[in-house]
Write a protein that binds this ligand. Structure first.
Ligand SMILES: Cc1cc2nc3c(=O)[nH]c(=O)nc-3n(C[C@H](O)[C@H](O)[C@H](O)COP(=O)(O)OP(=O)(O)OC[C@H]3O[C@@H](n4cnc5c(N)ncnc54)[C@H](O)[C@@H]3O)c2cc1C
Length: 673
């Protein structure tokens, strides 16, 4: 059976493949104990299992509620892999492609074809994006060729180039067969010693002293040291089934591709995948002159918000009206498609995350609980590299590459809220292909959830807000705003942005006069102990000497065992046994978890997240002292020593505001309350 026929009829062929596989490998008995339990025998779980074996860890069990390998959403992939991504993603996809090539070279049939991709640009902004991506990816060894419409037509004669500015050709992009790959990875893991247990539903996870200790399943309990949640769109639900619960913000949405019948006329043999991101589409020519086309629509349809039903495969119908705009654009881009008969429209669920990025790493809530979920339509692309990095992390205690962008610790509770996810996922899907102009493309959905006390004041002054950790943070003021209305960021650009003049004005005021910046989104922690145990704890984590007198403030980096940078913070000594820490907004979960991990065993040191209890204002500029002096009590001397704070009252407030000169001699004051 060749891979192409499998693709034409994925479900039927998949059933045959599973039968073959399950006779040999899916009937393992659930052991009483294993070092690692992986939940999910989709492409991601199998890749993690395969890589653990490569690392010499073979006491691994993969469980799945289905009776065979890869019967979740992994059967639905359309098989395309694209390298022209932000470098963090590209590094992982590059590893996937290298692995898949090796597997094919070793004789495993996975339908890999090195056909390349043709990325098309309909406007100059897209061309700029391509140039930027090329500039970042070329030094990594990815050959990216910027080309004009004529060269596009030479390389891919089926492309309508009439409305194109140009494009980029990436020869190293590939296609592969997701089902075959899923099975090959499982087979190799199995032959390396991994046991695969089907019809085995994950029910609960037990912990001992904050660490994974056992997994309760429908077939009994299995003790383990590590658990890896690779349950795809079910991973959110799995995260709820333990104490404490683990935050895994994924939500399924409908995802489509369309397959045509073969076209009975001579066509060029292997052709690159067409990627027309401005139209939200991709088109693949298959070996028998049929075509597969899919895309990422602007407004997607989230599904299964109230839980994933058992018969989920029968729940989604082909919504032609929903797919029609993408289909029209496919027909425009490759007019030959008009001659094809349509075979079927596949509508299958895939899982998406609040920021469209994978969720990887060790959960902050439970030690040794790892997550590889939230594939955002990019699992085949990610699986090889993700499996590699996760196996490295599990076996060696740290990932082999920087996974910050995908870190499971980048979320807070609000991201895991079902309503939040439902609203956000509608927008996330379309952003897969959008141009994300730096600082100009914040999400529009699920907003105004976390706001500073000054939010309304700033809004009334025309503030345009950005969104970081779901916090509304003012970016600049729109001087032409309409009172009572939200000011919106205009469409993004790589050129001089619309708000440049406004920012110029604000910058000038701060340089020459005075400005107030609301930084209340910063993460804030109170770190205490009964006596002074907290000092030794922080001394161990911080690069700077933080044994400062009470009333003093110290900036510091926090470093890990490898010398890497974990945190950039400011520590205020409030009492001999109490510090107040201010850290970057995005660090709220990450740094809390990291400090928690290093707490002394005796339980004396306590860390309290007080982010939402405090407001932070920066008063900056040469006139800042003058303005502050008019506001604070008469007896306060603002000529205090650098890196010290005073308690003041502002206006009619009680004397509960800390004021300090954080960047001495630079006219920058911080107010904290
Ligand atoms: C139309 C479409 C096109 C796509 N095209 C591409 C593409 O071109 N390229 C690409 O890279 N990706 C593509 N994808 C994405 C990809 O197919 C999926 O995201 C991916 O296969 C998910 O893999 P997974 O291993 O994370 O999840 P799954 O394959 O869904 O595996 C999760 C497994 O966990 C099991 N499980 C869940 N809960 C439990 C429980 N309680 N107990 C035991 N087992 C449990 C499930 O049974 C399932 O087998 C596409 C997806 C769709 C829908």
């Amino acid at each position: 059976m060749n891979s192409f026929r499998l693709l034409l009829s994925p479900l039927a062929s998949h059933a045959r493949l599973c039968r073959r596989f399950s006779q040999t490998q899916m009937t393992d008995i659930l052991p009483k104990e294993a070092r690692v339990v992986i939940c999910g025998s989709g492409i991601v779980g199998n890749s993690v299992a395969y890589h653990l074996v490569q690392k010499g860890w073979t006491d691994v069990v993969v469980i799945d509620q289905e009776d065979g390998i890869g019967k979740g959403t992994s059967i639905y992939g359309s098989g395309v892999l694209a390298l022209l991504k932000p470098v963090e993603e590209q590094q992982i996809i590059n590893k996937s492609i290298a692995l898949y090539k090796k597997l094919q070279a070793d004789g495993h049939e996975i339908g890999l074809q090195e056909c390349g991709s043709m990325y098309l640009a309909q406007n100059r902004e897209r061309m700029v994006l391509f140039r930027r991506r090329a500039a970042l990816n070329q030094p990594q060894g990815i050959d990216c060729k910027i080309i004009g419409p004529r060269e596009i037509a030479d390389i891919h004669p089926l492309v309508n180039t009439s409305d194109l500015q140009g494009g980029i050709y990436v020869a190293a992009d590939v296609v592969a067969h997701p089902v075959l790959l899923c099975h090959v990875l499982a087979e190799l893991a199995h032959s390396g010693g991994v046991r695969f247990v089907g019809n085995c539903q994950f029910l609960n996870l037990s912990t001992r002293q904050g660490r994974v200790s056992a997994v309760e399943t429908s077939l009994g309990t299995i003790k383990c040291e590590y658990f890896v949640n690779c349950a795809g769109m079910w991973s959110w639900e799995l995260g709820q089934k333990c104490n404490p619960k683990v935050r895994i913000p994924v939500h399924p949405a409908e995802h489509y591709y369309l397959l045509t019948e073969s076209l009975n006329k001579p066509l060029p043999g292997v052709l690159p995948t067409i990627r027309d991101y401005d139209s939200g589409i991709y088109i693949r020519k298959l070996e028998n002159n049929s075509f597969l086309m899919g895309g990422f629509e602007k407004v997607a349809k989230p599904v299964f918000t109230k839980g994933i039903p058992k018969n989920w495969k029968d729940c989604l119908s082909s919504d032609w009206d929903h797919f029609a705009p993408l289909l029209d654009r496919c027909l425009h881009r490759a007019p030959v498609l008009r001659e094809c008969e349509l075979k079927f429209l596949r509508n299958a669920p895939d899982n998406f995350t609040p920021d469209g990025k994978w969720i990887l790493g060790e959960a902050p809530e439970i030690d040794n609980y790892f997550v590889a979920a939230g594939m955002n339509g990019n699992s085949l692309q990610g699986a090889g590299g993700i499996g590699h990095s996760l196996a490295h992390w599990i076996t060696e205690g740290a990932a082999d590459i920087c996974l910050l962008d995908f870190d499971v610790r980048r979320f807070i509770d609000v991201h895991n809220n079902r309503r939040f996810l439902y609203e956000r996922v509608k927008e996330v899907v379309g952003r897969q292909y959008a141009i994300l102009f730096p600082f100009q493309t914040d999400y529009k959905s699920a907003r105004k959830i976390r706001c500073s006390p000054l939010y309304s004041t700033l809004r009334n002054k025309g503030a345009v807000f950005g969104n970081i950790m779901s916090f509304e943070r003012s970016l600049y003021f729109d001087l032409e705003h309409e009172v009572g209305k939200d000011s919106e960021m205009p469409p993004g650009t790589y050129w001089k942005p619309h708000f440049f003049e406004n920012l110029k004005e604000e910058y000038k005021n701060c340089r020459e006069g005075v400005g107030v910046i609301d930084m209340s989104s910063f993460s804030k922690f109170q770190i205490t102990s009964p006596k002074e145990e907290v000092v030794a704890f922080l001394q161990k984590l911080c690069a700077n000497d933080i044994d400062i007198p009470v009333g003093h403030v110290s900036p510091s980096g926090m470093h890990n065992e490898q010398g890497g940078y974990e945190n950039d913070c400011m520590l205020i000594r409030e009492q001999p046994n109490c510090y107040f820490m201010v850290a970057p907004t995005k660090q709220q979960t990450r740094i809390a978890e990291w400090m928690d991990r290093h707490l002394p065993q005796n339980g004396y040191v306590q860390i309290n997240d007080v982010t939402s209890m405090y407001t932070v204002l920066l008063i900056i500029g040469p006139k800042s002292r003058e303005v502050l002096s008019q506001l604070v009590d008469d007896d306060v001397d603002l000529k205090m020593l650098p890196f010290t704070y005073q308690m003041v009252s502002l206006g009619h407030s009680p004397k509960t505001i800390k004021v300090f000169d954080y960047f001495p001699y630079r006219n920058c004051w911080i107010l904290l309350r």
